[in-house]
Design a protein around this ligand. Structure first.
Ligand code: UD1
Length: 423
């Protein structure tokens, strides 16, 4: 297993290119299952989660070719051989459940193992299943698998009212509804940019969708979908993560491909903390203003609120703020596993249920720490960049699920960081 060694090295400066969004790509890939014509994605990120989704699609008989060093994914589901997603692959990644809606909608039946995924709370898939039931699907849970069957004429349109916002359930329902008979209305739908990206790709394939980006999406089912080529939207979480690097270390970094509208609530918090964010022709330029970071309170919410996927990284910043910050995690329970690790580096954090109170210290100190999930692992790297001495982050395989070339990207702006084999 590899480790990442980071040494606090002062201010950063330069440019960091931001990749296509993991979470958009992971829902765009299963969209290939809806059509017998090719779907090509450009600007795909080079990540282990994407390779896992490729393996899953290939296990169903889909063709998935990674071209141009993995940045282009050429897919075809012309000759599918199976509608069963096996536990061995699904357990590696929760997003695997996103094959359920498309398979069921196109073929009338599907079996998908219940997923595992990041250890950040219970994370059930009941809302995905309820949405498909509202379209007439019969579902049975047996041997750890969801066995889903559509009525004889296929799924039919229905009204799906989500009791709370779920990104994954909205995506599954949206894909399934494209081939259902009649009209489907998704109420209290997620509004994330990844949902808009999926809707735009499905529209290129011939789907009739209105209201994406709002909390009510209407889908008029069509008989078949065609092929398309689609560019994956910028990864707003990778963007926010790298925006925090100069915020923590000082200096000025331009994040290429960045857009404020992808992260408005996050940018407001950076401003309140004393970080300047400026739109440029190529992206976003982030600079730390003079003096210490100011403490700010943060509550995670569905889009357009502050993203839960940036909570750990924001906590790393606030560990050295002047004053006390309160972070409330409203999306997932048990998503403060980075707090004890940051405390090993000298941070002062009190966690009670879904609330973490962070009292800023002058400077963190390097320490051996352990990554516990994807976003937690990168928060430890950010903290290490600003800490005194050496921080050794182990279990970095979590990182490979969501950040391509993290060492190369940070080195390019002057960070002292290396990846080594564990001793
Ligand atoms: C997606 C993202 C993840 C991000 C999250 C919130 C992908 C692959 N993952 O995850 O990175 O952290 O959105 O922005 O895109 N819930 C249920 N029942 C369900 C579904 C969800 O109770 O059927 C709960 C979850 O436990 C959580 C909340 O709903 O408390 C939101 O989850 P959801 O938006 O569905 O997250 P994911 O789609 O899993």
């Amino acid at each position: 297993m590899d480790q990442i060694i980071v040494t606090g090295n002062g201010a950063l400066s330069g440019q960091i290119p931001i990749a296509g969004a993991k979470n958009a790509c992971l829902t765009l890939m299963p969209a290939t299952l809806l059509s017998d014509e090719p779907l090509t994605l450009t600007n795909a990120p080079r990540l282990s989660d994407i390779r896992t989704m490729s393996t899953l699609l290939q296990s169903l008989g889909a063709e998935v070719q990674a071209l141009q060093d993995g940045q282009v994914l050429a897919m075809s589901s012309h000759d599918l051989t199976s509608t069963r997603a096996e536990y061995d692959i699904v357990r590696k990644m929760r997003a695997s459940i996103l094959v359920l809606g498309p398979l069921l909608s196109r073929f009338g039946h599907a079996e998908v193992s219940l997923p595992g995924g990041c250890a950040i709370g219970a994370r059930p898939v009941d809302l995905h299943l309820k949405a498909l039931e509202a379209m007439g699907a019969k579902l049975e849970l047996r041997d750890g698998y969801v066995h889903a069957t559509a009525p004889s004429g296929g799924l039919r349109g229905g009204v799906v009212e989500f009791p709370f916002v779920s990104v994954g359930a909205t995506e599954n329902a949206l894909m399934a509804a494209t081939l259902a008979k009649g009209t489907t209305v998704l109420k209290n739908a997620a509004r994330e940019p990844e949902i808009v990206d999926l809707a735009q790709c499905l529209q290129k394939m011939g789907a009739r969708i209105e209201g994406e980006g709002t909390s009510e999406i209407t889908i008029e089912g069509v008989d078949r979908l065609g092929g398309a080529t689609h560019r994956v939207v910028t990864d707003r979480i990778e963007l926010g993560t790298y925006m925090l690097a100069p915020a923590i270390c000082g200096g000025e970094v331009e994040c290429l491909g960045g857009r404020i509208d992808l992260l408005s609530a996050f940018c407001e918090k950076l401003d309140a903390a004393g970080i300047s964010v400026e739109e440029t022709a190529a992206g976003l330029k982030v600079a730390r203003k003079n003096g210490r970071i100011r403490a700010v309170d943060v509550t995670t919410e569905p889009f357009p609120g502050f993203p839960t996927d940036l909570q750990a990284q924001m906590m790393a910043l606030l560990c050295t703020a002047d004053g006390t910050s309160v972070l409330e995690e409203k999306i997932f329970e048990n998503r403060f596993m980075h707090a004890p690790e940051l405390m090993r580096m000298g941070a002062k954090i009190d966690v009670h249920g879904g609330t973490a109170t962070v009292t800023g210290v002058e400077r963190l100190k390097g320490a051996p720490v352990m990554a516990t999930d994807l976003r937690a692992s990168v928060s430890l790297i950010l903290a290490g960049l600003a800490a005194e001495g050496e921080t050794v982050v182990s279990r970095v395989y979590h990182l490979d699920r969501g950040y391509e070339h993290v060492v190369r990207k940070l080195e390019a702006v002057g960070a002292k960081i290396e990846r080594v084999k564990e001793q």
